[in-house]
Design a protein around this ligand. Sequence first.
Ligand SMILES: Nc1nc2c(ncn2[C@@H]2O[C@H](COP(=O)(O)OP(=O)(O)OP(=O)(O)O)[C@@H](O)[C@H]2O)c(=O)[nH]1
Ligand SMILES: [Mg+2]
Length: 271
Amino acid sequence: MSRVGVLVLGPAGAGKSTFCNSIISHMQTIGRRAHIVNLDPAAEPNKYEFTIDIRDLISLDEVMEELDLGPNGGLVYCFEYLLQNLDWLDEEIGDYNDEYLIFDCPGQIELYTHIPVLPTIVKHLQQQLNFNLCAAYLLESSFIVDTSKFFSGSLCAMSAMILLELPHINILSKLDLVKDEYNKKKLKRFLNPDPMLLLDQANKDTNVRFHDLNKAIANLVDDFGMVQFLPLEANDPESVSTIISYIDDVTQWAEGQEPKEPKDEIEFDEL
Ligand SMILES: Nc1nc2c(ncn2[C@@H]2O[C@H](COP(=O)(O)OP(=O)(O)OP(=O)(O)O)[C@@H](O)[C@H]2O)c(=O)[nH]1
Ligand SMILES: [Mg+2]
């Protein structure tokens, strides 16, 4: 039995839900099964049905209304409620053995950078439910064509990586929105970035008072050596397929598959 889970993370509007749908659509075309687990209590209606939906346990609208909370406080409450009711998640996930679950997470990044909500869910999925997990962290391409935004996006991605302690894949989403050649060229430098080259650029763009800080951040990004990005165009099956193969690699999806009955061989032997 193997259970594979992909946590799709990233700032609000980065394209997480669209990416989850692209995975499902791609899986359907290649004959693999996958399911979306919606962990966003404020999710909009989705193209593909959610197999498991946190809104069946608790709804953000009701929490906000009944407890007089704002959207962010309400979201934190919903997750604390989920943590107290993890047996609900266990039951919902119950029989999905040998399956591929895609967890669509909310965009409020404090859930994975500040409060230990997602780390607790991650530990539960790994230790109690035997999942091989991987985090797919999306950043929007058009936001990071300038170096300071790249640094800030990379720090958020690293913060999620450190907090969740999961195999981690960074993705630059909405690549199709970067249209002009100049920005396309700039973007290429961010896919496999050399932080020291980016430091020169950051220093050109910022006041000299920030140069030491730029250097410290560039060193940090360099030391971790882990900030690389895969390009994503949600409507391009090839880019989705490449990302899925990376996810398969880190979650060792193929190794967990039950060996198929070697029917042909049996028939051959019987002859
Ligand atoms: N052009 C383009 N638009 C995209 C792509 N991916 C997502 N979008 C659009 O970006 C917007 C936000 O996408 P979502 O998938 O809802 O983003 P999200 O990260 O789930 O948003 P939250 O759940 O609110 O944090 C939608 O209008 C999508 O159609 C892409 O690859 N290319
Ligand atoms: Mg979403």
